[in-house]
Design a protein around this ligand. Structure first.
Ligand code: GLV
Ligand code: GLV
Length: 332
């Protein structure tokens, strides 16, 4: 008998077909299964779950579905999964790092540039038929080249953004992170570690790539925004909740910072209504990793982890990007 797999998110048809060779697959179809009761019902009797940055996988779900042995995510961020609860129940968890780093950095840089150069705002103006004359200050924004790039969080994606800014745009790069990069990693991307206060004060364009956790909750709120330059931009491609969206909307309305670019939101896919009414913000629907080849690579990596947990394929028994590989070790 094939083990049962719940694919709780919309998924590439080719990946579903490949999975069906090894699993009895129940696929979400067009909509992710986010309702906890429905998720618990559909996960009954399943050996594995395939997810992304949602739905929420917590102790209550695991206790309701004790047959689940693996939760494999095609996202890099895994704050929707209670990893300690999984580990305590012997459930393997994997995420999908590395394969999305460059694609996500491209998007972070693009969103920062769109924000600095007011690309979305000016496009709406043109479409609305409001372009009737030349003006010296028509959508005049701020420069990206040569400006100081600030990065909060300096994992793989942060370093890939720093490299773009340093090598491509001649930007001085400053960053804040709990742990400092070794000097040999800082030098080629021109990055300098600073305190969070200095990061806020000195950045012309601040990009957030810090994972969400209790300690990064509202890392940028009213008091942090107040320390930034009034000409600065803020770009969030990390997670909703790293920014206090209500405080940001207020700061944008008051022009306490120049503009923001947001790909992630507190409570997404809902968006704070005040953000929808301020003009100086570029809003995108959590698509930073969404190039087709990269989304496919993320799904393939999740699949590799899944197969490995069930002893199939070249990685059998060794899921390549397990977050808690210790659960697979046979008891000594
Ligand atoms: C996207 O946000 C991811 O975590 O992969
Ligand atoms: C997080 O995993 C990152 O790559 O920055």
């Amino acid at each position: 008998d094939k083990p049962r797999l719940l694919v709780a998110i919309p998924m590439f048809a080719e990946v579903l077909a490949a999975l069906a060779e090894h699993f009895e697959v129940d696929a979400a179809g067009e909509h992710p299964i986010e309702d906890p009761a429905e998720l618990a019902r559909r996960a009954q009797g399943c050996s594995a779950l395939l997810v992304a940055g949602m739905p929420r996988i917590d102790a209550a779900l695991l206790d309701a579905c004790p047959t689940v042995r693996a939760v494999c995510s095609m996202a890099v961020g895994y704050n929707n999964i209670d990893v300690p609860a999984c580990t305590a129940r012997g459930v393997l968890v994997s995420n999908a790092p590395d394969v999305l780093t460059e694609t996500t950095a491209d998007f972070g840089f693009a969103l920062m540039m769109a924000t600095a150069r007011r690309i979305a705002e000016s496009e709406h103006f043109l479409r609305a038929g409001q372009w009737t004359q030349w003006r010296y200050d028509l959508f005049a924004g701020s420069d990206v080249h040569g400006a100081t790039l600030g990065i909060l969080g300096m994992g793989r994606i942060g370093q890939a953004i720093a490299r773009r800014g340093h090598l491509g745009f001649g930007m001085p790069v400053i960053y804040h992170n709990r742990s400092r990069l070794p000097a040999e990693a800082e030098a080629p991307i021109g990055a300098r570690w600073v305190s969070k206060e200095d990061l806020l004060r000195e950045a012309d364009h601040l990009v957030l790539v810090v994972p969400y956790s209790a300690s990064s909750h509202h890392a940028i709120g009213a008091s942090e925004l107040a320390q930034m330059k009034p000409t600065a931009t803020l770009t969030n491609i990390a997670r909703g909740g790293v920014v206090d969206d209500a405080a940001l909307a207020q700061a944008l309305r008051d022009k306490r910072i120049a503009a923001a670019g947001l790909d992630v939101f507190e409570g997404e896919p809902a968006v704070h209504p005040d953000l929808l009414t301020v003009p100086n913000v570029v809003l995108t629907p959590h698509i930073a990793s969404a190039s087709l080849p990269t989304r496919r690579a993320m799904a393939d990596l999740a699949q590799r982890n899944l197969l490995a947990v069930f002893g199939i394929g070249a990685d059998a028994g060794r899921p390549p990007t397990a977050l808690n590989p210790e659960v697979l070790k046979p008891a000594a």
